[in-house]
Design a protein around this ligand. Sequence first.
Ligand code: GUN
Ligand code: ZN
Length: 444
Amino acid sequence: MSNRKAYRGEILHFLDDPSGCVGSKAQDCYQHFDDGVLLIENGLVAKLGHYTDLASEIGDDTELVHYQNGLITPGFIDTHVHYPQIEMIASFGEQLLSWLERYTFPSEAQFSDYNYAKKIAEFFLSELQRNGTTTALVFATSHPESVEAFFDTALSRKLRMICGKVLMDRNAPQELLDTPQSGYQQSKALIEKWHGRGRLQYAVTPRFAPTSSDAQLATARRLIKEHPGVYLQTHLSENQQEIEWVQNLFPDSENYLDVYDKHQLLGRRSVFAHGVHLHDQECKRLGETGSSIAFCPSSNLFLGSGLFNLTQAREHGVNVGLGTDVGAGTSLSLLSTMCDAYKTQQLRGDPLPALSSFYLATLGGARSLDLENTIGNFSIGCEADFNFLDYQATELSRLRISRCNSLEERLFVLSIIGDDRTVGATHIMGERVNEQKKTVLENL
Ligand code: GUN
Ligand code: ZN
């Protein structure tokens, strides 16, 4: 017996990036139904269309849910976040390098303890869910236990998640350091245990160039080569001091990206967080290798890193997704992150349309993860991870939305005043996962 469900309501999903298209052409990039229906069979999208066209196909064997005064969208995709940093979000006063030393490293040191890591992983994944984020590319810490705890939790919740053990063999406190050899062995064991299990995938995770020796970056390459299909995640050109440091540490490299390029770490499954200060040559290499950038506006504002040049990335055909980058980011909500994205682009003189923001948080994220045939849209056969965004989540939203005259206006309002409260329901493989209630953290 197949398990069939139908969700009726206003529905939006993207087929392509609307940013290159003007006026009516942008409409070729998305499908929008005022009164649509999403038919799901065994957790996958079976059909999408106007309710009037598909009503006759909804049989007695199909559970029908009607969502009103809101919008059904694919689940949000966070292309860069650190789960162990959830407990040190909102730490005062530093820019990147001193922020890492003063707050991040001490906090991450606790994750050698599996039980501690498990509690934080449970909390983090509940919070993601409440915020409508159904897939994320996640940094653990340098302890294999931190990855085990994360994957155990994600597997039991049937989530599509990507995570990896941080590789870091220098320039950090001793208790966080591995070696090229131990980092390789631990990553390999984790890949063999977890990559492809349920909906989980592994990302080889050198933290960033300053904390990995050449010898370690070479092992990252080896891991990717020996395990086709795994990801590579790291940081790139976030902060000026960091960039100068990289120049001093790697005098033979032409620029920051070239450190990774020389080790053959660029490619279709490589995601570089930030890229705030990229030269055209670096953007060009990212584009021609099919690499992706995680655009993390909230973090970039919080740490005073700078304003990401989205136009430059697009001009070079770089895949871009949105990242919260918690704990440098100030919220796990991709709606709040859209608001910060808009503000950063305003400061550059480039107002970001809401259609583009919603694209970045859904199909753009999926493309950044090479998963556009699996998540981030409602094409037939995609996994049915989706949200109901409630136009009436707050009185302010109810009032403001009532004054809107178009889809674009409503999306913009959601992206500017929306947050976790806006996410009325989250669904994983077609199943509603909670009532968006408060996440409870016990015994910590
Ligand atoms: N660069 C290296 N590590 C980190 C980190 O944990 N957060 C951010 N924002 N940048 C980094
Ligand atoms: Zn980060």
